[in-house]
Design a protein around this ligand. Structure first.
Ligand SMILES: *Cc1c(COP(=O)(O)O)cnc(C)c1O
Length: 238
């Protein structure tokens, strides 16, 4: 059973959008430079449909299987799907055909599989390199040096287009405790830009979720991934 969506999805979306705008302005940034991904995991296609009807086009899922079903059920709608959860190599082929953006790229092997599948299928997915800054054993993502090697390899990809970095920081309820991780990802991006990595490959910083997207935007996020604040509490474990 999917989690049941809240009745006020359109107004939730509206309120998240205005909080994004306020955070961007507060930081002296253009709100148009922040892309909102509505994270629909555990919610059904009906919830996606309601948020889509309110004008939203970017949706995120963390599991390939669940995403593929939802993508099929919403095939009549123009949607950019983002994969934000770990991608197993045996699903690389399906992911290369289904997602506009794979935000959880964390190994050269996976990149090569996705790229080869994208060439074969004539797709050109965006990829973000997921960086594990905290060295958390329970999380996916590449450590800093691995992420740099992956980024350098991704510049030579034939079909996949690397456009930035993604971060899932250690959980903390208080966004001020999480803010230093956002700063570190931005500083890493700036260091690599100074090293000569092309700006197009480092355009995006995907960081910030329901409870901390404002701090993330103040620290330079160009993509925020918001589930709970739009769809309500998940009643299904992910
Ligand atoms: C679930 C999820 C989110 C959204 O989390 P909320 O707290 O519900 O906004 C963002 N990023 C990733 C990687 C997720 O798995």
């Amino acid at each position: 059973m999917p989690s049941s969506p809240e009745p006020g999805l359109a107004s939730n979306l509206q309120s998240v959008r205005s909080r994004i705008d306020a955070a961007a302005r507060h930081a002296g940034r253009d709100p148009a430079g922040v892309r909102l991904i509505a994270v629909s995991k555990t919610f059904g296609a009906d919830a996606v449909r309601a948020v889509w009807a309110a004008g939203h086009r970017d949706f995120g899922e963390n599991k390939v299987q669940e995403a593929l079903q939802k993508i099929q059920e919403t095939a009549d709608m123009e949607i950019r799907w983002h994969l934000i959860g770990h991608l197993q190599s045996n699903k690389a082929k399906k992911a290369a055909g289904a997602f506009a953006c794979i935000q959880s790229m964390d190994s050269i092997d996976l990149l090569q599989r996705v790229d080869a599948a994208a060439v074969e299928q004539g797709t050109s997915p965006e990829v973000l390199v997921q960086v594990d800054l905290a060295g958390e054993a329970t999380k996916f993502g590449a450590d800093v040096s691995g992420a740099r090697r992956l980024l350098d390899r991704a510049l030579d990809a034939r079909a996949a287009r690397v456009t930035g970095l993604m971060l899932i920081p250690p959980w903390n309820e208080d966004q001020e405790q999480t803010r230093p991780w956002f700063v570190r990802l931005r500083e890493l991006r700036d260091r690599w830009l100074a090293d000569g990595v092309p700006a197009a490959a480092l355009r995006h910083l995907s960081m910030g979720m329901s409870h901390d997207f404002e701090a993330a935007i103040e620290e330079g996020a160009t993509i925020v991934r918001v589930g709970t604040a739009i769809f309500g509490k998940r009643t299904v474990r992910t």
